[in-house]
Design a protein around this ligand. Structure first.
Ligand code: BES
Ligand code: ZN
Ligand code: ZN
Length: 493
């Protein structure tokens, strides 16, 4: 995709077949506006004259071309609420109203200088997600008409190319997450997922290391192994992928850790009543960690980042783990198993230990970890936790700024009692479910070196029925925008 910045005055000479003008009611009444429109003015004025009532903020009106080469113009009024989240939604809906698959050239006109950077970013993101082809099979695939968009011109006061490209890359990051999440579990299993991970690592020239399940067992990663052994044919393991640009500004790397359950049946505590459905998406934490590396690389972010992906699946077999077992994790802690469906924290505990041993500057982990997070905060925010109180505001700020919102929960010694085991160092979870998202986070904290600032994101908005912000699909691909923003703020890059 090519994004090109253009001078507002040159709008009438555009060759784009679709134009989206983002403006406000006040701006529509100015002379500058009619000057910018030039030869389009007559058509636009006519349509406005026929409107039964004035256009409302956040809505649009279409001005169709009359002659063969006339562009269709969509006049869109900025919404009253101009948070990044709201603008991502707005960009999605305006593109839906304008863009069709055959369009090769699109012109975006941003007439509000105060918002043009945010609009370039959010429209860039929404363009990436709108034109992306999600998995489809059989006749559904045959019927698909891929988008042909190649060029996007941006008419604005200042050049906005960079912001649009930034948005576009974050949108592509979300696409990678939701694409992998949507692949059916018979097509994305521990083996094929591993192949995709190593292909991506090769393509981006990332460092690549794979700890196979056999090696992990030998190393003493009993928590990972307990889950992985349920499928004797599992090709699971932990992937350590490194993005290390020459320009990197951080001496110690950043570690991103992800839960990668290709499928979560619940194990012997099997998921019933339809709760197993969509558990193909239980690998999205790992897909997000990976997509963050890809996006950082596309954006040439000057930071050294490692991703640790704990990839396996939760199945039933004579070898599968059961409640009441006691297993010893890689860091030497013994864990009393309470519920085989709380497999994510088992896999993550050993993955976090491995990440901790690399002595990173900071660790951020991502996981579709608990139903508790979804019950407590819903599917429009993700749930954040940290072992540093001063990071709460930073976590939330990155959410507001990026439009991928995270709200934080408390964590600390108060919760230790609830995970005391009579026979082991810690309970895997509590029988009482009420605050499982917090207890799961507390459990994970025990596998992170206390000297390392750590953030845990329980991805409650990985799944949302009508999509979220700039994304249409049920799997929202949430998190790349949040992560990029958090890292940009923290490392001032
Ligand atoms: N993958 C699930 C959590 C989940 C459920 C994420 C629904 C997104 C949507 C996780 O492995 C799980 O099953 N957690 C259990 C933990 C419980 C047994 C303590 C849960 O939340 O019910
Ligand atoms: Zn589970
Ligand atoms: Zn799970």
């Amino acid at each position: 995709m090519k994004f090109k910045s253009k001078n507002l005055k040159s709008l009438p000479s555009t060759t784009a077949s679709k134009i989206i003008v983002v403006t406000t009611e006040a701006r529509l009444k100015t002379k500058a506006w009619s000057k910018i429109l030039g030869k389009f003015e007559e058509r636009v004025t006519k349509v406005f004259a026929r409107l039964p009532e004035p256009l409302k903020a956040g809505s649009n009106v279409k001005v169709c071309g009359i002659e063969r080469n006339d562009p269709d113009i969509l006049i869109s009024l900025l919404p009253d609420e101009t948070s990044t989240f709201s603008l991502l939604n707005f960009a999605r809906s305006q593109l839906k109203a304008s863009l069709c698959s055959h369009v090769k050239e699109l012109a975006l006109v941003f007439l509000e200088p105060k918002f043009e950077s945010a609009l370039a970013d959010t429209f860039g993101a929404a363009i990436a997600t709108q034109i992306f082809e999600m998995p489809a099979y059989g006749k559904r695939l045959e019927k698909k008409k891929p988008f042909k968009l190649e060029n996007v011109e941006i008419f604005s006061a200042k050049t906005q190319e960079k912001n649009a490209v930034y948005g576009f890359e974050t949108g592509n990051g979300a696409n990678l997450v939701r694409y992998l999440g949507t692949l059916p579990p018979n097509l994305l299993n521990t083996e094929t997922y591993g192949k995709r991970i190593s292909d991506i690592a090769k393509k981006y020239k990332f460092g690549f290391k794979f700890y196979s399940n056999k090696e992990l067992k030998k190393m003493g990663a009993g928590a990972f192994t307990a889950v992985d052994q349920g499928n004797p044919n599992s090709k699971g393991g932990i992937y350590e992928i490194t993005y290390s640009p020459r320009t990197s500004k951080n001496k110690k790397h950043i570690a991103l850790v992800g839960k990668g359950l290709c499928f979560d049946t619940g194990g012997y505590d099997i998921k019933t009543n339809g709760f197993m459905l969509t558990m193909k998406g239980d690998m999205q934490g790992s897909a997000l960690a990976l997509a963050n590396l890809v996006t950082a690389s596309e954006l040439k972010m000057p930071l050294k980042i490692k991703a640790y992906l704990g990839v396996t699946e939760n199945h039933i077999s004579p070898e599968a783990f059961t409640a009441d077992q006691v297993v010893t994790a890689l860091n030497g802690m013994s864990i009393e198993v309470i519920n085989t469906d709380a497999e994510g924290r088992m896999v993550l505990s050993d993955t976090l230990t491995l990440a901790s041993r690399g002595k990173p500057d900071t660790i951020i982990d991502f996981a579709t970890l608990t139903g508790g997070a979804v019950y407590s905060i819903g599917t429009m925010y993700s749930a954040g936790f940290t072992n540093r109180d001063e990071l709460h505001d930073k976590i939330k700020e990155a959410g507001v700024e990026s439009g991928e919102r995270v709200w934080t929960f408390p964590l600390g010694k108060d919760y230790a009692k609830r995970l005391e085991s009579p026979i082991a160092d810690i309970l895997q979870c509590s029988k009482a479910r009420g605050i499982d998202h917090i207890l799961a986070a507390y459990f994970l904290s025990q596998f992170v070196d206390k000297d390392i600032p750590w953030v845990h994101i329980d991805l409650s908005c990985a799944e949302n029925d009508n999509g979220l912000a700039h994304v249409d699909s049920m799997f929202t691909g949430f998190g790349v925008r949040w992560t990029m923003q958090y890292l940009k703020n923290k490392y001032k890059v």
